[in-house]
Ligand binder design. Structure first.
Ligand SMILES: Nc1ncnc2c1ncn2[C@@H]1O[C@H](COP(=O)(O)OP(=O)(O)OP(=O)(O)O)[C@@H](O)[C@H]1O
Ligand SMILES: [Mg+2]
Length: 247
């Protein structure tokens, strides 16, 4: 857990501040006025039932979608509506629920291509460190299409690290992976947060959430319905209703 002083950062100092963002797709309200902030080195879990707006929130923060209203700030700089490449260069980078690799390129080239969108300087060294951290050094010359599903998740995570981000958004990065790979991912999050990188982590795996997250945000129908530490959330009536059915 972080010292209280780190959590007490003002929103100007906060690496990530999301203020009242909303996104509609036709008649669907995917995100409905969500506000949150996350401090340096903090790991914030974003949980909620399928379709509650978690991935859309990530798209708004990382530039894949423009919010209809509200704002996204990165260390006080308003990045609302910036294109993905520009937000990645500024320091917010995300993984996708389904890995978005160049499947006909090697792991090495996938990693280096990601650095082009972010911080190219020192990319070669960063790649070596990243593949070692994620224990995929032995497959760097393999095509991405030759990797297992779990290894592809590691490369997806590695590509984010290659952009040298200040804020990493992980969308179900441990879904469907073997416990050994899950352990590698947890170790990497731990290692990176100690360098001050902020994480928002979408997860359905409650054990993982309990282990890694400082606090949780629960979404339902596009809104935040609860916030707090794991124990508080587990006992929250709104959370039980969101997961187990409404009254
Ligand atoms: N590009 C889009 N066009 C139309 N509707 C969309 C689009 N993206 C998301 N939605 C809708 O917005 C709502 C929220 O979807 P989102 O993918 O953000 O949910 P989620 O919480 O990530 O769900 P899951 O846990 O299943 O991944 C859903 O009703 C979804 O169908
Ligand atoms: Mg999703």
């Amino acid at each position: 857990m972080l010292p209280a002083s780190k959590k007490a950062e003002s929103s100007e100092q906060c690496p990530l501040t999301i203020d009242s963002v909303a996104k509609h797709f036709g008649g669907i309200t995917a995100v409905d006025g969500v506000s949150l902030s996350a401090g340096a080195g903090e790991v914030v879990g974003v949980i909620g039932p399928n379709g509650s707006g978690k991935s859309t929130l990530f798209s708004l923060a990382a530039g894949g979608q423009k919010p209809d209203s509200g704002s996204i700030r990165l260390s006080g700089v308003d990045v609302t509506g910036w294109p993905t490449w520009k937000i990645a260069r500024a320091g917010i980078s995300r993984t996708f629920q389904i890995p978005s690799l160049f499947i006909n390129m090697t792991v090495r080239d996938n990693m280096l291509a990601a650095a082009v969108e972010g911080d190219w300087q020192g990319a070669q060294d960063r790649m070596t460190r990243t593949v070692e951290m994620l224990e995929i050094s032995h497959v760097v010359d393999n095509l991405a299409s030759e990797l297992s599903g779990g290894q592809q998740k590691l490369v997806e995570f590695g590509r984010v690290c290659m952009r040298n981000p200040k804020v990493i958004l992980l969308d179900e990065v441990t879904a469907g992976v073997h416990p050994n790979i899950r352990k590698i991912i947890l170790g990497a999050i731990q290692q990176l947060r100690e360098t001050g990188i902020t994480f928002l982590v979408i997860e359905h795996d409650m054990e993982m959430v309990k282990e890694i997250c400082d606090r949780l945000i629960v979404m339902d129908q596009g809104r935040i319905v609860a916030e707090g530490d794991f124990q508080t959330i587990a006992n929250d009536i709104n959370v039980q209703q969101a997961y187990l059915g409404r009254a």
